[in-house]
Design a protein around this ligand. Structure first.
Ligand code: SF4
Ligand code: SF4
Length: 111
């Protein structure tokens, strides 16, 4: 695999915080620290029949793409624990090919 990445289809993110909690537990991060942080857009009205209301998990600079787990052949713990199955781990070039709508975001680790 080349450079690893995380693809998140946030259209279907339920805002459950499981990714945050799993990441925190796996890495033993202290209070206020996390490798991924859930953000919320809205709710606000865009037009009469359309609202903006979305949860968007965003990896932080503490995210190491779960290098230890991946070295053992496992997927990152956030991906493993996402109940809505909206997170995908893989080669960033391959994941980029799946960027087919506005509500998807693709992250690569900080150097
Ligand atoms: S890939 Fe690992 S370190 Fe990065 S956000 Fe997910 S659980 Fe945290
Ligand atoms: S675990 Fe999945 S559904 Fe829950 S907040 Fe994270 S990305 Fe969204």
């Amino acid at each position: 695999m080349g450079k690893p990445g995380l693809l998140i289809d946030y259209e279907w993110c339920t805002g459950c915080h499981s990714c945050e909690m799993a990441c925190k537990a796996e890495h033993g991060f202290g209070e206020g620290q996390c490798g991924i942080k859930l953000h919320k857009n809205g709710p606000w009205q865009i037009k009469e029949d359309k609202w903006e209301y979305a949860f968007i998990p965003i990896p932080t600079s503490l995210c190491d793409m779960c290098a230890d787990r991946v070295a053992e052949g496992r997927v990152p713990t956030c991906v493993h624990h996402c109940q809505a199955l909206v997170m995908e781990f893989g080669d960033v070039e391959e994941l980029a090919k799946k960027m087919d709508k506005k509500q998807k975001v693709l992250f690569i680790p900080c150097d």
